[in-house]
Write a protein that binds this ligand. Structure first.
Ligand code: FES
Ligand code: FES
Length: 137
């Protein structure tokens, strides 16, 4: 059997970027997966003028794919506006990681949902909730 994880996945799994918690974050998302019972939390600090994500951290109670995806999406989201960060999809994250086993797609979806939940939390607290919901792709 071919080893299913790319070098980049292993790197982000072993040395995850932006791991931890932000005390009193501007936005926080907690998502769980009914499939495996794992959870991911995402914390954001956002510039209220520019709506740029200035700091982002995550805690994962999930598997290697979840940790690697959460790690890469924190890198992808940092410095982006909330609108831009909302459009980061699990497909983009997976491509950025050099691929993930298909059976693990939902674990990367879970990480993306955590980020989106944190953005939604910020928007709700700041009266920014838009009419159209982003689709999970
Ligand atoms: Fe649960 Fe992947 S098996 S997050
Ligand atoms: Fe739980 Fe993958 S098995 S998210």
């Amino acid at each position: 059997m071919k080893f299913p994880y790319s070098e980049k996945v292993l790197d982000h799994f072993k040395n995850p970027r932006n791991v931890g918690k932000i005390e009193n974050p501007d936005g926080k998302g907690l998502e769980g997966s009914p499939a495996c019972g794992d959870m991911v939390a995402v914390y954001l600090n956002v510039n209220s003028e520019t709506l740029v994500i200035e700091d982002i951290k995550f805690e994962s109670y999930g598997c290697a794919s979840n940790i690697a995806t959460a790690s890469i999406i924190t890198e992808m989201a940092k410095g982006k506006t909330l609108e831009e960060a909302k459009n980061i999809s699990w497909k983009q994250a997976t491509e950025e990681l050099g691929g993930l086993p298909t059976v693990k797609a939902h674990c990367s979806v879970l990480a993306v949902e955590g980020l989106r939940a944190a953005i939604r939390d910020y928007e709700e607290k700041h009266g920014l909730v838009s009419e159209k919901e982003t689709t999970t792709e």
